[in-house]
Design a protein around this ligand. Sequence first.
Ligand code: NPQ
Ligand code: MG
Length: 387
Amino acid sequence: MSTADTPSSVRTLAAAAPVRLSSVEVRLIELTLVRPFETSFGRTDARIVPLVRMVADGVEGWGEIVADHEPLFSSETIGTARHVLADYFIPDLLTRTLSSVDDVAAALRRFKGHQMAKAGLELAFMDLAARSRGVSIREAIGGTRDRVPVGVSLGIEKDIPTLVDQVLAHVAQGYQRIKLKIKPGWDLDVVRVVREAYPTGLLSVDANTAYTLAHTEHLKQLDAFDLLMIEQPLAHDDMVDHAALQRAIRTAICLDESIVHARAAAHALALGSCRLINIKIGRVGGYTEALGIHDVCQAQGAPVWCGGMLECGIGRAHNLALASLPNFSLPGDISASKRYWARDVITQPFEVAPDGTVGVPTGPGIGVEIDHAFLDAITIERREFTA
Ligand code: NPQ
Ligand code: MG
């Protein structure tokens, strides 16, 4: 069977046996970036990362929540996640018997929104379920790759030469695709100079919603640079204007912020709002929707790639498992741990090989070992909920 025909039946999101959770912990850790990261919506020096740990029958599972402390990428924040987890989602799950990740998704479906908070729970349960069966998440979801191609997302810098240095340094490390953050005033000139320094490699740009349809003529000028894609040029909740823009420009539009579940992916492709989609497990609420988007896009011949949210090693391990699926055919924003962190929370930090790939963990569950001493040292809050 070719990988393109891999049926969803090879997926087993179930635990070895039905699970009653004995505890769910929500922990906040603090990590400082090795270099500030600036996008069209703001600049980040450090992150507070919420983690979820579930325990059942002596097996644990870990998930990561990709919300930031301000509602700039999406409407969710660390505060909203903390609230809905503690007051609604975790109390609900603690009353249930859960056989699979789909049961977690089904239990939480009646609660509207809060995808990032829901994803933290789905990820932890996926890790627990796979560990209970002694398989990796890659194996559980039917991933077919041992290594995945990766790219790097480079932020807005103080000047163009500084950015060009960053581009060349990352190309030298093997990264297969460079993505530049753009905004009005940091776009055409920047892309022109980077393209001269990096004439033939895969290059894309990400606007994080910084433009409107009034910029159509301006954005058309990006067509000269042979970009792989322009990511999320327009508003997060607008599919119709994206369809109009996609008709007007040659460069492929990739939607990120707009794709919050599988139905949104189907709508975007039907409307012609994009030609590509980036999947972030956190943005879409977990594995159930991420796999759904993968399948919708595969059925329509639209490639997908794995986005990134400045994850620590736990979220990065989940991203690698997801990106091992067959339709992840473009390099993901899955950089080496050291691109973001001086020290990661896992004992073996992720590294990019000279060929621009990262290995998918093969151990049970997320397949990486957590550095518990370091994790405890950077923990700033810990709340445990028990049945
Ligand atoms: C994107 N990520 O693709 C996001 C945006 C992003 C790697 O480009 C804190 C938390 C800061 C999440 C900055 C990349 C962030 C963040 C940018 C996500 O659009
Ligand atoms: Mg993006």
